[in-house]
Design a protein around this ligand. Structure first.
Ligand code: NDP
Length: 445
């Protein structure tokens, strides 16, 4: 690591001592951009890295809501407005009991560079709550979402900050959040993306992250003269990203042989039936273990980590952070995995990523590989501004072009800085350079 980057990393770990996920995201970034820092000593003079690693604003708030038994519950609410150098803050809201400031900061930090890579004018932010949506009634979800928005509405706006979904926040939650914002502000503006089609949403937004993940994998394979036909794919998770990655991969001739949720994983050498997964997870909101009731050839195993011991050509971690550790990376590599495309944010530990790269396994990092969701959110914002709607084919075509461009830019940056094939470094460098240029233009702010 470059000496300036090293000093910045030492300081940020000292002043944010408990934020381990944020440390991890910052470390990977600072290591990757070290060759850029060697070329640009002026970044140190303007304390660019100290500024880029400090959020512009952190909003922490109480969320009090009443459950169906009349009990009053209190959760923590977060919105980290990390960097608005190239556009309004943009990044999802996560509802999961594990949520804390460190997780929201790591997600918001990575979002800066991901959004930059899309080529669209969007800054980086992230938010959420330690609220657990599992097992809650629709009325309880609505009560929570309204309480959450009763504070968040003060801090967002179509030119300020435009949140979207993430883990635990899908179409239902966006509807409740948007409806309450509209009531509070008497304003029907694009202050959230991932909205329903009847009230301003964009076609393809639901599919975008999963489809985008496959589009970038397809482009990478195309450069090698390969494709997905007949290839075995393992996808962790069975939420929004995983489901639509399965849909697109299968459409291109791949066979998805395993999926998971936070309790366990299903495996079927003949392929996982997506319509059953969709019904269980999207309609019935049940556990994935139900799958084997409908498919006798499938096996269910407890514990989600075991999915990485399955032999496959391509692994698509699409559940959560740090779901592939060094041991699991070794297993995947020994089983002949050829590439890992990250649907989830930071799904591989630093040791796992280093092992893949050292073993010649390509890693398409989250900042590039799952950028299709936020890119399509920016397309939703563009349609809202123009008061028009594009067809499914138009949005899908734009999404595919964006993913292809991201791959080309990441590949080019990796080559330019002497690390061909290291897309992790390429994504960090290409994402960073645009932010650095904009921040430099502003002077010290
Ligand atoms: P969903 O809530 O739709 O699905 C998440 C899936 O991951 C579920 O199957 C869930 O299982 C599983 N999961 C969640 N937490 C854990 C955990 N701690 N351990 C194991 N499994 C877990 O979320 P998304 O599909 O939207 O998001 C998945 C990942 O993709 C996240 O990292 C998110 O940040 C990232 N992402 C999402 C984008 C989007 O557009 N939705 C855009 C870019 C990135 P269970 O049902 O048991 O909870």
């Amino acid at each position: 690591m470059n000496s300036y980057a090293k000093a910045v990393y030492a300081k940020l770990t000292a002043i944010n001592p408990y934020e381990t996920e944020f440390h991890q995201a910052a470390k990977e970034f600072l290591e990757s951009i070290s060759p850029v820092l060697d070329k640009h000593p002026e970044f140190e003079a303007s304390a660019l890295l100290e500024r880029i690693t400090e959020p512009e604003r952190v909003i922490l708030f109480r969320v009090s809501w009443v459950d169906s038994k009349g009990k009053v519950n209190v959760n923590k609410g977060y919105r980290v407005q990390f960097n608005s150098a190239i556009g309004p803050y943009k990044g999802g809201l996560r509802l999961h009991p594990s949520v804390n400031l460190s997780i929201i900061k790591f997600l918001g930090f990575e979002q800066i560079f991901k959004n930059s890579l899309t080529g669209l004018p969007i800054g980086g932010g992230k938010g959420g709550s330690d609220f657990d949506p599992k097992g809650k009634t629709d009325a309880e979800i609505m009560s929570f979402c309204q309480a959450f928005m009763s504070e968040l509405y003060r801090h967002i706006g179509q030119d300020t900050d435009v949140p979207a979904g993430d883990i635990g926040v899908g179409g239902r939650e966006i509807g409740y959040l948007f409806g309450y914002y509209k009531k509070l502000k008497n304003e029907h503006a694009c202050i959230l993306t991932g909205r329903g089609l009847s009230y301003g949403g964009s076609l393809v937004r639901t599919e975008a992250t999963g489809y985008g993940l496959i589009y970038i994998l397809e482009e990478y394979l195309r450069t090698l003269g390969k494709n997905l036909k007949g290839k075995k794919v393992v996808i962790s998770g069975s939420g929004n990203v995983a489901i639509y990655a399965h849909e697109k991969a299968t459409g291109l001739g791949a066979k998805v042989i395993a999926m998971s949720d936070s309790d366990g994983y299903i495996y079927d050498e003949n392929g996982i039936d997506l319509s059953t997964v969709k019904r269980i997870k999207e309609v019935e909101r049940k556990r994935l273990s139900e799958y084997i009731k409908y498919h006798a050839s499938a096996q269910y195993s407890q514990g989600c980590g075991g999915i990485w011991s399955i032999k496959c050509d391509y692994a698509l971690p699409s559940a959560t952070q740090n779901e592939i550790n060094l041991e699991q990376a070794k297993k995947l590599t020994a089983n002949g995995v050829k590439a890992v495309a990250e649907g989830a944010n930071m799904p591989c530990t630093i040791e796992a990523t280093d092992y893949f790269l050292a073993s010649g396994v390509a890693v398409l990092p989250a900042k590039a590989a799952n950028a299709g969701g936020v890119a399509t959110s920016a397309l939703e914002m563009a349609q809202s501004s123009q008061r028009i709607f594009w067809s499914f084919e138009e949005v899908d075509k734009k999404l595919k072009e964006i993913m292809i461009n991201i791959f080309r830019n990441v590949d080019k940056a990796a080559k330019e800085y002497g690390m061909p094939g290291n897309y992790v470094a390429g994504a960090n460098i290409a994402g960073f350079l645009k932010i650095a240029e904009a921040m430099t233009a502003f002077g010290v702010v």
